[in-house]
Design a protein around this ligand. Structure first.
Ligand code: ASP
Ligand code: MG
Length: 420
């Protein structure tokens, strides 16, 4: 049994949905679960729609709804073989359902509302793809991922209840996948009150891993618009090369440092059951891609470059010139954790403590104003963290050339630079 995941870029228009069908034709006789994301940039549009709805901005709400609907209608129109086909009628009904929801007054927290609305992207996409595949002779069954993935009520960042989820997938879903190809959604689950909870942006990779874990799958393939996991972002580093193999820890490390190919939470469930992960190109499906794998995989000793942009460097010092040691540090960490702000890099000296975080305006403002109650704060925005593994001295010079270097941290294997 295998799990495939197709992200938004692989189903961004009618032509790319056809390409997915071509890939799947080769796997028609296998036991296969397919996880799909929302089409193209739908999630971004639905995010704006959720905001407009929450803030009662009717005009922009209607415009955004129409934009999302027209985008999907257009894809359906190009996929349809028969103009009189009713195959897609139930998708029309989904839009009516969403429209009705948007007509009622918003009720509940923004995060809860966000999840109820934004999750439609995956529902539309999986319905369209499943219908098109059936229409093209690739028999499959559409299943709602929310019947299997159970989370707590942390809206927009649902924590999976592994026990229940594993047993639902193993007992209820597995027998179905044995009989028939199944199409389901990434990114979404539900809580015990049956409300939709999303798993965090770009969470469909993680969904694929959750299903693979519950199904005890043989392997997982994430189909991407790149050849595999690269040692650097090819848009920034023209000599970027594809890595053929990676160990689980290395993949976790790369995702943590900011490589966007695999969602950071994806590896852990796979590693715990020794399930290999392939990252492959949907443009060149016959190429090997990258294997993230079990046991001792043969990693190439090439340097990897990972950059995280939009970083804010905050330096925290005490107002009374006291040392920043255990007491102050534990208080500072507590503030970060309460505001759910992740620290990407930290450095301390006797009198100050510096951290780099993603600069997400709303969160950052609240965090800084609370810290400012007890500490002196200095900050610099618009920075980049560049993480290099298997580094060499020459590289360091070349990369920081002409730029302001705020922090440099080096271990045997890893070099991190905070650059202006
Ligand atoms: N559609 C969701 C997002 O764009 C989930 C995903 O693509 O993985 O964040
Ligand atoms: Mg997406």
């Amino acid at each position: 049994m295998k799990v495939f995941k197709f992200g938004g870029a692989s189903v961004k228009n009618a032509e790319s949905v056809r390409n997915v069908a071509d890939i799947l034709k080769q796997y028609a006789n296998q036991e296969l679960l397919i996880v799909v994301s929302a089409m193209g940039k739908t999630t971004n549009a639905l995010e704006l729609l959720a905001k407009a709805y929450y803030n009662n901005e009717n005009e922009s709400k209607n415009n955004l709804f129409n934009e999302v609907k027209t985008f999907h209608d257009d894809i359906i129109k190009h996929l349809l073989k028969d103009a009189a086909s009713h195959a897609y009628d139930d998708i029309e009904n989904l839009f009516i359902e969403l429209d009705c929801e948007l007509e009622s007054a918003p009720d509940g927290s923004f995060d809860a509302i966000y999840d109820q609305i934004v999750s439609y992207g995956e529902i539309f996409s999986s319905r369209i793809i499943s219908t098109f595949l059936n229409d093209s002779g690739i028999r499959n069954r559409w299943m709602d991922a929310r019947n299997f993935i159970v989370t707590d009520s942390t809206y927009r960042e649902g924590k999976v209840d592994w026990k229940i989820t594993e047993s639902l997938i193993g007992n209820k879903l597995k027998p179905i996948v044995k009989k028939q190809m199944v199409i389901t959604q990434g990114f979404i689950g539900k809580n015990k009150d049956n409300h939709t909870v999303t798993l965090g942006r770009e969470g469909s990779d993680y969904t694929a891993a959750i299903f693979a874990y519950g199904l005890n799958a043989e392997n997982v393939t994430i189909w991407k618009d790149v050849a595999g996991v690269m040692n650097a972002d090819p848009k920034k580093f023209p000599d970027a090369v594809k890595l053929n193999a990676l160990s689980y820890p290395k993949a976790i490390e790369m995702a943590y440092y900011g490589a966007t190919v695999i969602h950071p939470k994806t590896i852990q469930p796979l590693q715990s059951k020794h399930i290999p992960l392939y990252v492959k190109s949907f443009i060149q499906p016959d190429e090997n891609g990258t294997l993230v794998g079990v046991g001792k995989v043969l990693e190439e000793q090439v340097p990897t470059f990972i950059s995280k942009n939009n970083q804010l460097l905050i330096s925290i010092s005490s107002k009374d010139f006291s040392f920043i040691v255990e007491d102050n540090l534990s208080n500072i960490f507590f503030v970060f954790s309460r505001h759910k702000v992740k620290i990407n890099l930290m450095q301390n000296s006797a009198i100050s403590f510096s951290v780099c975080i993603d600069n997400e305006e709303e969160k950052t403002e609240k965090l800084l104003s609370e810290l400012a109650l007890n500490y002196n704060i200095k900050s610099n925005s618009g920075l980049e963290i560049l993480t290099i593994t298997n580094h060499t001295g020459e590289l360091l010079k070349k990369l920081s050339d002409g730029r302001k270097l705020f922090i440099e941290q080096k271990t045997r294997n890893t070099l991190q630079l905070v650059l202006g």
